[in-house]
Design a protein around this ligand. Structure first.
Ligand SMILES: [Fe+2]
Length: 372
C-alpha cells in the first residue's frame, strides 16, 4: 500500500469517526461506490445531517450492513461496481434488512435491467449519473421520512399487539381466579397444547391461534354461577346443562372480535369427543378441528392432575394411563399417542408452568423479539 493510499484511508477513517461523533443519534446512511470521488462527493453532500458509513464494493457493503443492521436507515449504491453489481448487492441487502430504504445510482444505458430490478431490490428510487447532489439529498431526505413513517407505524402495531395479548392474558387469569381450584388452568392448558402443537409442524399463525384459544377456551364460564362452578359435589342434570353451555358461550363472546375469528369454532368444539359423544355438536373424528382436539387433551390432562372441589388430583402416571385408555374414544388416537410420547416434557411443564410458558409461548416471543 502506497503512502498516499494509507494517508487517504487514514483521513477517511478520521472523517468517519468525526461524522459518527457529530451526528450521534441521527440516521445512518450506507454509501457503496467504487469511485472514491463519488464517495467523497456524497459524504460532503450529507455531512452534518446523517451518519455516514462507506464501502467500496457490494461484498464489503453487505458486511457493513450486517454489522450495523440496527443503525442503517438508508443505502445509496452505485450500479456498475467490481465484485458485485449494485442490483445484486441491493437484492441481497433487501434479504438482510427489508425495511432499509434503498437508492441506486446508475447510467442511462442500464435502465431496462434496472426496471426489472426495482421489485427484486424493493428499490425506493434510482438516480441517473451524473447526479445533482442537491437533488440526491432531497431523494435521501424523503427516503428517510419514509423510513421514519414505517418505523412509527410498526411501533404502533407492536404496542397494539402487546396490549391485545396482555388483555387476553388478563381475562384468562381473571377467569382462572374465579374458582380457586382452577388457578392457572388456562395457562397450563395453553402450555400443554403448545407442546403438542409444536411437534405437528403447524404454521406460526396456527400456533398463535392455538395459544389464544388455549387462554380463552373456557371464557364462556364467566357467565356460569359460582355455585355451579365451585360446587363440591356432583352437579344435578340442570346444573350440568348450564355448565355444558360454556363452549358456545365462549364462541359467542369472542365472535365479534375480528382478530379471533379463526378460533371461534375451536372454542365451541373443545368438549367434543373423537367418538361423537361430546358436546355441543356431537362432532366425530376429524370433523372436530385439530386445534380443538389438542385443547381437549390438554384440558382433560390438566383437569385430572389438578385438585378440584369434588376430588383430589390424580398422579401424572394415572392420568397418562387414562389418556391411553381413552385414545380412539374420547381422544384423537394419534394425538393421544403424541401426548404419551411427550409426557416427560409435559410432566416437567406441569411442575414449572411459568418457566415453560416463557419457552413455548409464541405470542410472548413475538412481542419480546419485536421490542428488542
Ligand atoms: Fe371447558
Amino acid at each position: 500500500m502506497s503512502l498516499d493510499t494509507e494517508k487517504e484511508l487514514f483521513l477517511n477513517n478520521i472523517d468517519d469517526m468525526l461524522q459518527t461523533t457529530i451526528n450521534k443519534g441521527a440516521h445512518t446512511v450506507l454509501i457503496v461506490d467504487d469511485e472514491v470521488n463519488n464517495l467523497q462527493l456524497l459524504k460532503r453532500t450529507l455531512r452534518g445531517k446523517y451518519n455516514i458509513l462507506t464501502a467500496s464494493n457490494g461484498q464489503e457493503g453487505l458486511e457493513v450492513l450486517e454489522n450495523n443492521i440496527d443503525r442503517i436507515s438508508l443505502i445509496v449504491s452505485d450500479h456498475k461496481m467490481p465484485v458485485m453489481e449494485g442490483t445484486e448487492f441491493l437484492e441481497r441487502a433487501n434479504k438482510i434488512s427489508p425495511d432499509v430504504i434503498k437508492i441506486l445510482l446508475t447510467g442511462f444505458s442500464d435502465i431496462e435491467i434496472l426496471m426489472d430490478a426495482v421489485n427484486k431490490c424493493n428499490l425506493f428510487q434510482y438516480m441517473l449519473k451524473p447526479f445533482d447532489p442537491v437533488e440526491l439529498e432531497q431523494v435521501i431526505d424523503s427516503g428517510i421520512d419514509k423510513f421514519d413513517l414505517a418505523s412509527s407505524k410498526s411501533a404502533i402495531l407492536k404496542d397494539l399487539r402487546e396490549l391485545f395479548y396482555k388483555t387476553i392474558k388478563s381475562i384468562s387469569s381473571a377467569l382462572d381466579a374465579k374458582d380457586p381450584y382452577t388457578h392457572g388452568h388456562s395457562l397450563r392448558v395453553t402450555l400443554y397444547s403448545l407442546i403438542l402443537a409444536k411437534e405437528l409442524n403447524l404454521t406460526d399463525k396456527t400456533l398463535e391461534e392455538i395459544e389464544l384459544a388455549g387462554l380463552l377456551h373456557d371464557i364462556g364460564k364467566i357467565g356460569i354461577p359460582q355455585s355451579i362452578l365451585c360446587k363440591p359435589g356432583k352437579l344435578t342434570d340442570e346444573e350440568f346443562a348450564v355448565m355444558k353451555s360454556h363452549p358456545e358461550n365462549s364462541e359467542k363472546l369472542v365472535s365479534s372480535i375480528k382478530k379471533l375469528s379463526g378460533i371461534t369454532e375451536w372454542l365451541k368444539a373443545h368438549h367434543e369427543k373423537w367418538d361423537g359423544s361430546g358436546y355441543p355438536g356431537h362432532l366425530k373424528g376429524e370433523e372436530i378441528p385439530i386445534s380443538a382436539r389438542i385443547i381437549a387433551l390438554a384440558d382433560t390432562y390438566d383437569a385430572m392432575t389438578s385438585t378440584r372441589s369434588y376430588r383430589r388430583a390424580l398422579e401424572h402416571e394415572v392420568a397418562i394411563d387414562e389418556i391411553k385408555r381413552c385414545a380412539g374414544t374420547q381422544f384423537d388416537p394419534n394425538l393421544a399417542a403424541l401426548f404419551v410420547k411427550l409426557q416427560d416434557t409435559i410432566k416437567a411443564a406441569k411442575e414449572n408452568p411459568e418457566e415453560y410458558y416463557e419457552k413455548y409461548s409464541y405470542l410472548q416471543k413475538e412481542i419480546h423479539s419485536s421490542i428488542s
